[in-house]
Design a protein around this ligand. Structure first.
Ligand code: GAR
Length: 210
């Protein structure tokens, strides 16, 4: 079988990257292989996780690229060099432009720490999402894995999982529980689902990389 060649884009801790690595090792992720990790932060702990697992890594800093256009061009250069089929945004804290996303329709996946369409879009990322959920007073939150298009957090939903909020929750405790119960479960599952479809297409027309 021709495996789906996956790039994971990260900015921070990389626990979702780790969930994908673990899924590959356990065989849950069997239709795809993580070929590359790209970070927009040179200090991201996710890079250590990539290194420890022998996954090639590239660092692309927006500050060094000068513009969003050059930043995205550099990322695309790496994606092409590694013949990447599927891009997974796993805690990647930079919004990609329409120019970028339109080049990869249904080939970019994102994990977001709420039940979209709640607490999502521009300005909602990382711990801010959980602060917003607690401030609003919702009793249930969760995580969403979706395809990425030009609307931030607006692409087609692939999987969602709900998580109950406890009275004693802080943003940090909620973030940890949403990751453990929802994100680390549905991200590998969704990546396998999409990888399986891409691999089947690759088998059909043996030259298929993006
Ligand atoms: C995760 O909770 C992820 O859902 C969130 O950032 C965290 C990254 O953690 N992403 C967003 O908020 C994107 N809008 P990680 O680096 O440990 O995977």
């Amino acid at each position: 079988m021709l495996k789906t060649r996956i790039a994971v884009l990260v900015s921070g801790g990389g626990t979702n990257l780790q969930a994908l690595i673990d899924a590959e090792h356990s065989g849950q992720l069997k239709s795809g292989k993580i070929m590359l990790v790209i970070s927009n932060n040179a200090d991201a702990a996710a890079l250590t996780r990539a290194y420890n697992n022998g996954i090639p890594q590239e660092i692309v800093l927006k500050s060094k690229c000068g513009s969003q256009e050059n930043f995205e061009a550099k990322i695309i250069e790496h994606l092409k060099r590694y013949e990447i089929d599927l891009i997974v945004l796993a805690g990647f804290m930079s919004i990609l432009s329409k120019d970028f996303t339109s080049q990869y329709p249904e080939r970019i996946i994102n994990v977001h720490p709420s039940l979209i369409p709640s607490f999502c879009g521009k300005g909602f990322y990382g711990i801010k999402v959980h602060e917003a959920a607690l401030n609003y007073g919702v009793k249930v939150t969760g995580a969403t894995v979706h395809f990425v298009n030009e609307i931030p957090d607006g692409g087609e939903i692939i999987l969602q999982k709900a998580v109950n909020i406890c009275k004693s929750d802080t943003p940090e405790s909620l973030q940890q529980r949403v990751m453990r119960i929802a994100e680390w479960k549905i991200l590998p599952k969704a990546v396998e689902m999409v990888s399986k479809d891409i691999s089947a297409d690759k088998e059909k027309n043996k030259n298929g990389h993006i």
